[in-house]
Design a protein around this ligand. Structure first.
Ligand code: ZN
Length: 886
């Protein structure tokens, strides 16, 4: 009974449609679970108190319980044993055609956690038991109506061997525990809050806790416990600090107080996603909770802070108020991502946080929106819900809620959130319910706004301006269109909030006057039509428009800026985000002209405007090192690729490399001085200023080694050897390992693995550095590394560290013209299809994005997709491959 094997379903899995939603036929008042834990033969005995749903639209429906890979041991209805004549059993369900209106059902099943490599339901990680039930994992534990609109009160009894599993945890409060015969013990947990099955959790193992406490705004003491394996006890402090900060932040900013007396987090090494918000018992991928300066980078610290906050915020946006069905996934995820973004902005540099979010959104999410799996923030159908935990649901979903907060204003938005939590507490609701609260408190008509939830694709806004010197007017014209996406050929105009200002020659925002209306110096313009014009009056000279400030909408905005205007905005825009974006636009122009030169076979020549803009940045007094570090980064090759209908992978790579080395050579002295100014041998500090200095310094180091000068490489070597923290050590290692001559990094890579072979998380970085090495020798290295003792195809972090890193962070070599990268990926996807369908289906995505490639690559990619299609596919892969080849 291998769960991963039976995850492979019939050849044609069927889609489920939002429009077919029906309220449940039965409700579960109470559920008692009893687990007799065993690696290969766990018994789960459940007792469900069921009754017909008065709100059900049809009478006398059969009881349908979901269940997968479960071996039935015993079934009893109101104490009477059921025989096979009393029920029907399919691959997916247990159906009882004749049941009373109210009854007790007792179900005993057997499951096999040890061989559960899909990591859904109950499984083992490092020998410990843990569960993952979102979205539909509970049905792999027992038969149950596994849908988020059935909320029930859970009690859980766990019985296990005491010496191997001394710690037994579940949701809610511990109500009983004790020793049993045969070296066993038990614990019983009760969760007073009704919840859907996807929020159930159980953990049992040899774990150790770091404990703390938090006093809520109403004075209640909450016990905080972070459970980890013993060797990780020194990596807990940062997560606990982040948790307390998040608890306080949610009280102050959303009026949300924690509701149980205990909040537990467990770190596990084998986890498909980042973390899971189970009620009172979060389960985390260890990569998103453990952090200690010697072994984790500043970026990892930042990730821990935001994921801990994210899962905590779900206690209200997701748990107390949950989703009616999985089409509403962004109701909890989009809103919770926005909340964690707001938190991170308050804890760190707000501008840098925004820059990093937007960079991710407009490379990765825009690419998703332009590919074969594009879907709206609220999808209309799916085959496998696990395929919809996407950047569109999470990140674009967050942007949509952010736009609501921009449109309503901060205070009114807060009123809307308060109303939402008050009105729907304890319920499973929809995106419409959420937006209706926002409409109610603001009086706004948000009907056009709802298109953001139903239309897929990234809207394009083309802006243009005409200055009339005699009239002293400036007319700004905005046009919008959204390209067709699969299944949505025609799009309607959206309501797009465009925050803008007009910057005058002196570098200040000019007060805006439009047809007698006074707008002050900044304004959120509402673009509602396909095309709209605004004429500004009383302008003595042509202003420079600063559009989409703070990235006020998830769109592609174009404006025909001159290089001078961009250089001007880079220093003068009052909006920090747009100063950065002006620099990105300038770099984009320069690299795009290099791409054109490369394609025309000309000698490459870098636009001097970019060099002088960089020189100006480097020579100016450093007011904000964190922002400067971001401004010194060139747009990624992935972002460059996004700018083209036809992507020339090689030309983009050549052009980027040329820009990088030219700038590095031209400005070597400036980069060196900045490096030295921000390099310190002082003790590591978590202060924002120290983080910013490390970031700036390491960005400079990367520029320096781009020249391949021996003295630059020596500097990297020195930093590698002397580093007292992982941020500096890994940055230096990357510089060395990515030097053109592969032998340069050899020694450091060996020293690193020797130092860190016992630390699984650090080993992930060691794999990734090698997989992302931008030279053709990378693939062979990746293949060799698969045999390394620290690598395992069964561990998602390792697959991401080695295989995903090659596929996603090594674009030129993944897209090698000999198809070696494509063939390798297809082989891995086929292997993972058996082991872990969720990971397989995420991994294959880059292979499905062939539409914008040249004909040769398109064919090579399709050949590999066809090869995968020959396999007996899981529903997850079936859906993605099917959409790609349509
Ligand atoms: Zn979430």
């Amino acid at each position: 009974m291998n769960p991963a094997q039976t995850a492979i379903t019939t050849p044609q899995p069927q889609p489920i449609f939002l429009k077919n939603y029906l309220p449940p036929a039965f409700l579960v008042q109470q559920v008692h679970l009893n687990f007799l834990l065993d690696s290969t033969q766990t018994r789960v005995i459940s007792r469900l108190e069921l009754e017909r749903n008065p709100a059900s639209t049809q009478a006398n429906l059969p009881l349908e319980l979901d269940g997968q890979n479960l071996k039935i041991i015993n079934l009893q209805l109101n104490g009477q044993c059921l025989t096979e004549a009393d029920y029907q059993l399919t691959e997916q369900q247990l159906i009882l055609p004749q049941v009373p209106d109210s009854f007790v059902l007792e179900i005993e099943v057997e499951i096999d956690p040890l061989n559960n490599t899909a990591l859904e339901g109950l499984y083992q990680s490092s020998g410990n038991f843990c569960t993952q039930c979102e979205a539909e994992g509970f049905r792999r534990i027992t038969f149950y109506p596994d849908r988020p609109d059935i909320l029930s009160k859970f009690t859980t009894r766990i019985e296990a061997d005491k010496s191997r599993f001394p710690v037994l945890l579940s949701n809610g409060n511990l109500i009983a525990q004790g020793d049993l015969d045969n070296g066993k013990h038990f614990a019983e947990w009760q969760d007073p809050f009704p919840k859907p099955a996807y929020l159930f959790a159980l953990v049992a193992g040899n774990l150790h806790a770091v404990k703390d406490s938090f006093t809520t705004c109403s004075g209640r003491q909450v016990a905080l416990e972070l459970w980890v394996e013993e060797q990780n006890l020194h990596k807990c402090e940062h997560a606990l600090r982040s948790l307390k900060a998040a608890m306080q932040w949610d009280e102050e900013n959303y009026g949300r107080e924690y509701d149980l007396d205990i909040y537990m987090i467990v770190a596990v090494d084998d986890f498909n996603m980042g973390a899971m918000e189970n009620k009172g018992l979060n389960v985390f991928n260890s990569a998103c909770v453990l952090a200690e300066p010697k072994s984790e980078t500043d970026a990892a610290f930042n990730r821990v802070e935001s994921v801990v906050a994210h899962e905590y915020f779900h206690n209200w946006s997701g748990n107390r108020v949950t989703c009616r069905d999985w089409f509403q996934l962004s109701l909890k995820e989009g809103f919770t991502v926005l909340r964690d973004q707001q938190f991170s902005a308050d804890m760190n540099s707000a501008a840098v946080e925004r820059i990093q979010q937007v960079s991710m959104l407009r490379t990765a999410q825009f690419a998703e929106d332009a590919g074969p799996t594009a879907h709206p923030v609220r999808p209309e159908s799916y085959i496998e819900i696990n395929n919809f935990y996407t950047l569109t649901i999470y990140e674009k979903g967050a942007e949509v809620v952010r736009m609501l907060s921009e449109l309503l204003g901060k205070e009114t938005f807060r009123k809307g959130a308060d109303l939402y939590f008050a009105r729907f507490d304890g319920q499973a609701v929809t995106v419409d319910d959420f937006v209706a609260c926002m409409a109610e408190v603001s009086g706004l008509d948000l009907s056009q706004f709802m298109l953001w939830y139903s239309q897929a694709g990234t809207p394009e806004v083309a802006a243009s301006g005409v200055y009339n010197p005699t009239e002293k007017t400036y007319t700004l014209t905005l046009k919008q269109r959204t390209p067709a996406t699969p299944g949505q050929p025609v799009k309607q105009p959206l309501l797009i909030p465009i925050k803008m200002g007009l910057v005058g020659a002196a570098g200040v925002n000019i007060p805006m006057e439009v047809n007698g209306e006074f707008w002050s110096t900044e304004r959120v313009v509402q673009l509602k039509e396909a095309e709209q014009s605004f004429t500004f009056h009383h302008l003595e000279a042509e202003p420079v428009p600063s559009l989409l400030r703070g990235f006020s909408a998830p769109v592609k905005l174009s404006f025909d800026y001159s290089r001078e205007q961009l250089a001007f905005l880079m220093t003068n825009d009052s909006d920090g985000f747009n100063r950065w974006d002006a620099g990105q636009r300038l770099a984009l122009l320069a690299i795009q002209s290099l791409v054109a030169q490369q394609q025309a076979g000309e000698t490459l020549e870098l636009d001097p405007a970019l060099t002088s803009a960089y020189e100006k940045l480097l020579k100016a007094p450093v007011s904000d090192p964190a922002i400067l570090a971001e401004m010194l980064l060139l747009p990624s090759e992935a972002y460059l690729a996004e700018q083209y209908e036809q992507v020339d992978i090689d030309a983009i790579h050549q052009a980027s490399e040329f820009a990088r080395t030219s700038l590095a050579k031209a400005l070597y002295a400036e980069f060196l001085r900045l490096y030295q100014d921000h390099h310190s041998s002082a003790d590591w500090s978590p202060e924002a200023s120290a983080v910013a200095a490390r970031r700036l310094k390491n960005v400079c180091l990367t520029w320096l080694v781009a020249t391949e000068k021996p003295e630059a490489l020596q500097l990297a070597e020195q930093q590698f050897k002397q580093a007292n923290n992982m941020t500096d050590q890994l940055a230096a290692l990357t510089c060395l390992a990515h030097a053109k001559d592969a032998s340069v990094g050899k020694e450091a890579l060996e020293a690193f693995v020797k130092q860190w072979s016992q630390d699984a998380l650090v080993m992930d970085s060691w794999f990734s550095v090698q997989a992302s090495r931008p030279y053709p020798d990378a693939l062979d290295k990746v293949k060799t590394l698969q045999a390394h003792s620290a690598f395992s195809m069964k561990n998602p972090n390792k697959v991401r560290a080695l295989i995903s890193a090659f596929v996603n962070q090594n674009r030129v070599n993944f897209h090698a013209k000999d198809a070696s990268g494509y063939q390798f990926l297809a082989d891995k996807v086929i292997e993972l299809n058996q082991l872990n369908p969720q990971i397989a289906s995420r991994l294959v995505i880059p292979l499905t994005r062939f539409k914008r490639m040249d004909k040769v690559r398109q064919n090579l990619m399709k050949i590999e997709l066809e090869r995968i299609k020959q396999e007996k596919l899981s529903a997850d892969l079936f859906e993605v491959i099917e959409k790609a080849l349509q």
